[in-house]
Design a protein around this ligand. Sequence first.
Ligand code: F6R
Length: 256
Amino acid sequence: MEVIIQPDVTAASQLAARMVARQLREKPNSVLGLPTGSTPLLLYRELVALKLDWRRVTTFNLDEYVGLGPDHPQSYARFMWENLFRQVNILRKNVHIPDGLAKDIPKFCTRYERQIRQVGGIDLQVLGIGTDGHIGFNEPSSSLASRTRIKTLTAETRRDNARFFGREEDVPHHVITMGIGTIMEARQVLLLAFGENKAAAVAAAVEGPITAMCPASILQMHPVAKIVVDEAAAGRLQKTDYYRWVFAQKPLWQRW
Ligand code: F6R
């Protein structure tokens, strides 16, 4: 795991954008795994500003609320088109987002996994992290080997996400999410976490034991996992001096 501490959200998002840009330049037909939520907003704005070529890029989103169609203002499909896809030259056929209205959810999930395999797997998976340590919507106690499937959100996640819906009652209970096993098969993983409310989850994921009670802790087993945090989200880490020192020693060509 490589922990990169940046002074603030802007610096962290710019760094993350350079990492994604490098991936797309080195492999123009890259397959990206993408998150939604507050965390990647600035990253997506930066990526739009970089005017990269997305024509050969394929994307798979991590998750979607069950029961919300792509036109629903809080659907992740709508989020992705508004915040990224509509502003870059990606082809609609290369965009994959779990279908919140799928009639047969298990069948849909099997197909989603197959589609990921058919394009050769995910090159770079970008992740946020929940205050309870979830990645995708793999809540604590999720199987660390899980595949794309339906999950029930915890009360904590529904409370956290109520800010997007206005009322907590309106937050769906169920989601379709890539599994932890699916995420772990990505060739590279880039997890972003900003703000003090993520500090405990980040510390548990990076320096705690590997446990299904903090799903993000499985990233300790990933061969190429980068964790980019702002100062506030790094607030509960023990080894910050070491992480800063490692980053400072990097040759420029390795720093994006
Ligand atoms: C969203 C996702 C979630 C979020 C996490 C953090 O697609 O997979 O794991 O990344 O809930 O959400 P924010 O960024 O809103 O704090």
